[in-house]
Design a binder for this molecule. Structure first.
Ligand code: SF4
Length: 950
């Protein structure tokens, strides 16, 4: 526990904070505690670098402890210590033998029980292969914290040994608490004995990397010993050496666990070694906040599965970290056995929560998947396996295939080689009704699915013992298809079809190029001669693709499961603005809203809009304008000048990959790209590709910035809503400027975007939704704010935000109001580009001067200190060390330059030999179908994946 924590009483709750909080942190904690006290929901925007994570952790954990302490203290005081208000901090852990509240057992528990029965139990055997006889599901460890009441004004005496455990008997918590904030809150959830349960905190964030960062923040706090767990995928937590190298770890794991021939996973049987909070903290010493790496290392050491251990640890945990789709997606919630009733839900980085909630309740399937599922069921039926269950499911597949087939005549043209047909949710339910799918028959279908997923069935009774036999089951792809479509149907039929109008079902037909191996053809004698697989060439074939999408257009559908049952929801991000859409879209009343200020000084950030380029040409990145060479050349010249005056890292965000391609093609042909490369190492965000390739590019960018001199550095072209715009940190020199070109509106030709806008227009009056146009604009501002938020990542950081588009200045009421509060407060409109550059240069010089002064004063302080302390000999060593360090840096620079050189050479070699991965841009000016401009030479080639252009 951090000993230097300061104590703050906020809303009647004592909060221990590891440092002096910023005003934005205090404001945030105040909003959260007010929300938790009254069971209300919170919507909080606080810029990156303003200490949002610490404020979230300390306020929620402080409130949780206060709840436990106050409730227990009141009842303990009355029962055991009448008249005495002082008691010590105690952990009370009371494992119950039963599964709580009749909930279904978790996958882990079910498997555990089955393995318990089926595995050998000889004590001589390797411990890893022993049965799980002693393993128990820790069930609801009622973890409560007794706290001291020094008086009735809630002056608690926290024991600084928080986390030390003294087991006590279970305490009666049924006594209503009249002194603490929970008295005014929602009723809360009670366990089977009617005792009030302390809400757990489910802390969801976007990525696993962010979870690790939050766990590190937790370590800094006085609450670091809180009982916790991190839910994660097998990709991050599997410890089986045979499974880890494979990408399909889920499948391999399930196969191992279900194998009846004794091949099971030894690590799974070891879960009991670290599956409870007590074992983890007291026996294995994982007392402070830990991250997934720590649990996996412990798992490897103990030969215990970290994946299942993390799930078991959820039972006794007070705070559970996970990616937030685990909390939103009803299928994942069910698989992971997550019950959010009465709990606190914190969703960090929640700027995309509306999209995520819509996606969680949507599903798309193509005709190939449907056909394969049907054929698989045909096969099982032919083999006479569970025909009574498989046949209705096959019938369901046939129904969807028929629907696709019969709707061909209804398709209407939408664009080049694409057509579609759209039904409303109500219409699709009528169609389903015609096929006999109604709520009753649907519930039968679900039972059939449950039955066919069972891998064993009763074979008879021998000597009074039940014999079970293994039965073949459907593949996991088919199982996933049925589970997903049934999840959508569940929503469509729920509460007398009340969500039906929130759905649109679209059949889209288009064409795709796929690799296909030619069929075997018999020779003259009727023999099939199949070449060796390595010599068998596949052919590119243009294939018709039909996609059937069940789109949920209302995020409140998936969110309604949460908002109705949880104690409080806290939505937070550095870039929630514009905040107006959250309440209406999610149908949640956010009583506590906050747009916190940034913690930096105003002088540390330059925010300017630029409506024209160096030659004075107006820049408006509308669809028509962006197509013209004049626009493309003007943007190119503008960027070149920015790169000439901004040292180190520059990020340039474009509205789409299409525009990125256009600009790159044009600049390659005009030579502008080469000019940019004279100043910066130019890197472009790849459209697809693996994470490894992208990480390599990023590393190259960071190295180019690190080893740059003078005004050189790196320029990274990225796309709003792309890989760079989310979750990546470009601190200090890595982003001294962010340039945004245009306003990143979503693609209005996208059918889903079009339907969503129509849906909002249809319901804006009756349900208080935003109009379609307003919703469309908000998507653009949110993406823009996200891109701008890559710069200024901590209190001492500085940088420039350059918004390139004439519309900002022409219509500020429309285009500036959507920006985050800290950005819009500082916006300056520049009439000319030269004026903007002058201002930018002055800003950079000022910041660099501040930086140099700061560095000088630090060196002086250090030098003074070392002069006083170090003897002469040590000073010599120190100067030697400096020389060595300098040499090290020089060799790193050399190494980086060599790397770049090798990249360029390999690019040339690949270019000469025409490797497939480089595509040729055919600048066919005559046909008018050019993808970019031309400098008069046809056939300019470049590598879309490579960072370094020649
Ligand atoms: S049980 Fe755990 S260790 Fe074993 S394969 Fe599955 S995830 Fe991996």
């Amino acid at each position: 526990m951090a000993s230097d924590s300061s104590e703050y009483v906020i809303g009647g709750v004592k909060v221990l904070f590891p440092c002096k909080p910023y005003p934005s942190q205090l404001a945030m904690m105040n909003s959260i505690i007010r929300g938790l006290n009254h069971g209300q929901h919170c919507l909080l925007e606080s810029p990156t670098g303003s200490g949002k994570s610490l404020a979230l952790l300390c306020s929620t954990l402080g409130w949780q402890q206060a709840q436990a302490g106050k409730c227990v203290c009141v009842s303990v005081r009355k029962q055991k210590y009448p008249g005495v208000f002082t008691c010590n901090l105690l952990w009370v852990s009371a494992p119950s033998a039963e599964t709580p509240r009749g909930r279904r057992k978790s996958v882990a528990s079910q498997l555990s029980e089955r393995l318990q029965v089926s595995l050998p139990s000889s004590p001589e055997e390797d411990e890893d292969f022993q049965p799980l006889g002693k393993r128990f599901r820790s069930s609801e460890h009622k973890v409560v914290l007794l706290m001291a009441f020094s008086d009735l004004q809630h002056k608690h005496a926290f024991d600084l040994g928080y986390g030390t455990k003294q087991l006590q008997t279970n305490l009666d918590m049924s006594e209503p608490c009249s002194h603490c904030p929970c008295a005014s809150a929602k009723d809360g959830v009670k366990d089977k004995d009617g005792k009030k349960k302390i809400p757990k905190i489910f802390f969801g964030t976007r990525t696993h990397k962010q979870i690790t960062q939050i766990a590190h923040e937790l370590k800094r706090t006085a609450y670091s010993s809180v009982q916790m767990t991190i839910l994660s995928s097998r990709k991050h937590t599997c410890v089986h050496s045979d499974v880890v190298p494979h990408f399909n770890r889920n499948e391999l794991c399930k196969e191992l666990l279900e194998d009846k021939e004794g091949r099971s996973c030894r690590y799974y049987h070891g879960v009991k070694k670290m599956g409870t909070q007590h074992l983890l903290q007291s026996v294995h010493g994982l007392c402070g906040a830990w991250d997934v790496e720590d649990l996996v290392s412990l798992g490897r050491r103990l030969r215990s599965c970290a994946y299942y251990a993390a799930r078991e640890l959820m039972q006794g945990a007070s705070i559970i970290f996970c990616p937030y789709n685990y909390l939103l997606d009803p299928m994942i919630r069910e698989n992971m056995d997550i019950d959010l009733t009465g709990q606190i839900l914190v969703l960090d980085e929640a700027h995309n929560i509306e999209d995520c909630a819509r996606e969680c309740a949507s599903f798309t399937v193509d005709n190939n998947t449907l056909q394969m599922s049907k054929e698989e069921l045909d096969g099982l039926i032919k083999l006479n396996i569970r025909c009574s269950d498989h046949e209705p499911l096959r019938g369901f597949c046939c129904m969807l295939l028929n629907l696709i087939c019969e709707s061909q005549a209804l398709l209407s043209e939408r664009g080049y080689e694409s057509s579609c047909k759209v039904w409303s949710g109500t219409e699709i339910l009528q169609i389903f009704h015609g096929f006999g799918i109604i709520p009753d028959t649907f519930s039968n279908l679900k039972k059939h699915l449950t039955a066919v997923l069972e891998k064993e069935e009763r074979a008879g009774v021998v000597d009074g013992k039940e014999l079970m036999k293994t039965v073949p089951t459907i593949s996991s792809a088919t199982a996933t298809f049925f589970k997903s479509i049934f999840m959508v149907l569940d929503f469509l039929f729920r509460d007398n079809c009340r969500f039906a109008e929130d759905y649109r079902v679209a059949l889209q037909q288009s064409y795709a190029w796929v690799n296909r191996v030619p069929p075997d053809v018999p020779d003259a004698n009727g023999f099939f001669v199949r070449p060796h697989p390595t010599h068998r060439k596949s052919a590119r074939v243009k294939t018709e693709v039909q996609m059937l999408s069940f789109w949920c257009l209302n995020p409140a559908v998936a969110f309604s499961d949460l908002s109705r049952s949880v104690h409080s929801i806290v939505l937070t991000s550095g870039t929630l603005s514009p905040m107006g859409s959250f309440s209406s879209e999610l149908e949640v009343k956010f009583t506590n809203q906050l747009e916190a200020n940034h913690v930096i000084n105003k002088s540390q950030v330059w925010v300017g809009t630029v409506g024209s380029g160096p030659s004075g040409r107006k820049l408006q990145a509308t669809f028509q304008q962006a197509e013209t060479f004049a626009f493309q050349d003007e943007v190119g010249d503008l960027l070149l000048q920015v790169c000439q005056v901004i040292a180190k890292g520059v990020l340039c965000f474009l509205p789409s990959y299409k525009m990125l391609d256009k600009l790159r093609d044009r600049w390659l042909s005009t030579g502008l790209w080469m000019k940019l490369e004279r100043h910066k190492t130019v890197i472009t965000e790849p459209r697809g590709g693996g994470k490894g390739d992208f990480d390599e590019l990023l590393q190259m960018y960071y190295e180019a910035v690190k080893y740059s001199e003078g005004m050189t550095g790196a320029l990274l072209f990225a796309v709003c809503r792309g890989k760079v715009s989310e979750g990546l940190d470009f601190t200090d020199d890595n982003a001294r400027a962010v340039v945004t070109i245009g306003i990143p509106f979503p693609n209005f030709k996208d059918l889903q975007v079009e339907l969503k806008m129509k849906y909002n227009n249809q319901h804006c009056k009756s349900r208080g939704l935003l109009s379609g146009n307003r919703w469309y604009e908000i998507q653009a501002y949110r993406a823009l704010n996200q891109a701008l938020g890559r710069c200024i990542r901590h209190r001492k950081d500085w940088g420039a935000l350059i918004l390139v588009d004439d519309r900002y200045r022409n219509n500020p009421n429309k285009y500036i109001t959507g920006l985050s509060k800290w950005v819009r407060q500082l916006v300056q409109h520049h009439n000319t580009f030269s004026g903007a550059v002058q201002s930018l240069v002055a800003f950079c010089q000022e910041q660099q001067k501040v930086q140099v002064d700061l560095a000088d004063s630090q060196i002086q302080t250090k030098a003074l200190a070392s002069c006083e302390k170090l003897p002469e000999a040590e000073e010599d060593t120190s100067s030697n060390l400096k020389a060595e360090q300098k040499e090290g840096i020089l060799s790193s620079v050399q190494c980086f330059k060599t790397k770049i050189l090798i990249k360029r050479i390999s690019f040339h070699i690949d270019l000469m030999f025409g490797k497939e991965r480089y595509r040729k841009i055919n600048l066919n000016a005559a046909s008018g179908s050019r993808r970019g401009g031309s400098n008069g030479k046809n056939g300019v080639m470049f590598c879309p994946h490579s960072a370094i252009m020649l």
